[in-house]
Ligand binder design. Structure first.
Ligand code: SIN
Length: 452
């Protein structure tokens, strides 16, 4: 056993909201550079504690240590980026048609906010919400996944050590998510909820948020297409495929899931990718030689297994992997399937595992139609040397995050968010902090001219 924790519920969340309510106005009135300094200090502390935080993450979540370190750096980058953004919350003055009036646009923190975060990025999905919330002058209560509470609690310790006043950020960890979140949804004082998780839960939260008219950011499921054109640099495409597909063992919302490869290059692409994935070392994430750790749970492996079995039963060819590996744990071998078609489960559902499913196309038009043939709209990737095509596809693909010759586009400086069934709102970039700010319009009439 890794640790034992108290099982928080609605009572603890109500206390956290009350603490946030007591801290809210003082935090909103704290000068932005001071808020930024605390955020920057927390970011630095995360980096100083990277070994401790990364080990904890690997032990509670499974991802290899190298990846946990990368995630801690990614998590800290949201704090340093939004530390700077705190000082750039600008309003504006609008030239008035009426010369007696002054028209101003003001930005104010929305107030108390809540974050509900997933297990696949136990640190970065917290700081991606918390960074902009604190920078904007909001307080935040966080409910982390019941599978990864320890990383969240260590992040709370980082902020306390960085000098964040009591009540500005609280974590409530527990097993019953619906019970913990109930006071968040019912309380009018909580003005915003940011959720990362499944489309099913996101849809339910959206309905619940209506009664208090809460603002929402929903980062939901994806089913990312990965298009390889006949003019692509195949070395770049294969590297990007490995990076996107194998990050966190394929358990990311932005993971490339549906590979559409031009018929002229499919043999070379599939062969090289199968070779690369076949060489990866699967095992305990704490071992430095490990490239691929366990999946999060037994049901997660069972789903991957079912998708692969369904594809093979319906005619797909297995190039590598295809089964569980390392007896006794939820491990699945990196897998490449060829000859996948749109009727197979793997083409229709998010796999959330280390499986590359390859189909072919013959024209750009066909590739775009295949890519868009999903209710999801989170991430899309394509590989081409044609600059015109780079721009054309960015306009035609119905996705919020697009990587052209890039398998890992996510970064703190840029807006991350899906369209269609993948959610609403953005995290990261200038758009990320706007989600935590109310816009107020002030019209000042009848300012008397100065009299000497
Ligand atoms: C996610 O999969 O939910 C987030 C991935 C990212 O930030 O790149």
């Amino acid at each position: 056993m890794l640790a034992s924790l108290p099982d928080g519920g609605r009572a603890e969340m109500s206390r956290a909201i009350a603490a946030a309510a007591s801290a809210q106005s003082a935090w909103a009135d704290t000068p932005a550079p001071v808020r930024g300094k605390i955020l920057a200090a927390a970011g630095r502390l995360m980096l100083e504690r990277i070994d401790l935080l990364a080990h904890l993450m690997t032990r509670e979540q499974g991802k290899p240590l190298r990846e946990s370190r990368t995630e801690i750096r990614y998590a800290a980058s949201f704090l340093s980026w939004f530390a700077g953004e705190a000082e750039r919350i600008y309003g504006r003055q609008i030239p008035s048609a009426d010369p007696t009036k002054r028209l101003l646009v003001l930005k104010r923190p929305v107030g108390i906010t809540a974050g509900v975060t997933p297990w696949n990025f136990p640190a970065a999905m917290i700081t991606r919400k918390l960074g902009p919330a604190l920078a904007a002058g909001c307080t935040m209560v966080v409910k982390p996944s019941e599978l990864t509470p320890l990383s969240a609690l260590e992040i709370a310790r980082v902020f306390a050590d960085a000098g964040l006043p009591t009540g500005v950020f609280s974590v409530v960890a527990g097993l019953d998510a619906a019970d913990i979140v109930e006071p968040v949804m019912a309380d009018m004082r909580v003005r915003k909820l940011s959720f990362t998780g499944s489309t099913t839960v996101g849809t339910a939260l959206m309905a619940q948020a209506a009664s208090t008219m809460k603002r929402l950011s929903l980062e939901l499921g994806g089913h990312a297409p990965f298009l390889v054109f006949e003019d692509a640099d195949l070395d770049i495409a294969v590297d990007a495929a490995v990076a996107s597909k194998m990050r966190n063992m394929g358990q990311t919302c932005v993971a490339a899931n549906r590979f559409y490869v031009h018929r002229a290059v499919v043999d070379r692409f599939a062969e090289r990718l199968a070779q690369r994935l076949g060489e990866l070392v699967v095992g305990n994430g704490l071992d430095d030689r490990t490239d691929v750790g366990p999946l999060i749970s037994e049901p997660a492996v069972a789903k991957v297994e079912a998708h692969v079995a369904d594809a093979i039963a319906n005619g797909a060819d297995l190039l590598t992997g295809g089964s569980r590996t390392v007896a006794g744990g939820p491990f699945f071998a990196p897998t490449v399937l060829r000859g996948v078609d749109p009727t197979m489960r793997i083409s229709r559902e998010e796999t959330f595992g280390p499986v590359v499913a390859i189909s072919t196309f013959e024209s750009e038009q066909e590739a775009v139609a295949l890519a868009n043939s999903t209710p999801y709209g989170l991430a899309a990737y394509y590989f081409t040397r044609d600059v015109g095509r780079v721009l054309r596809l960015a306009e035609r693909l119905e996705f919020g995050v697009i990587g052209a010759n890039d398998g890992i586009p996510s970064t703190a400086q840029a807006p991350f968010g899906g369209i269609k069934a993948s959610g609403i709102g953005h995290e990261g970039g200038a758009e990320g902090i706007a989600e935590y700010l109310d816009v107020k319009y002030l019209s000042i009439g009848s300012i008397e001219a100065a009299v000497d």
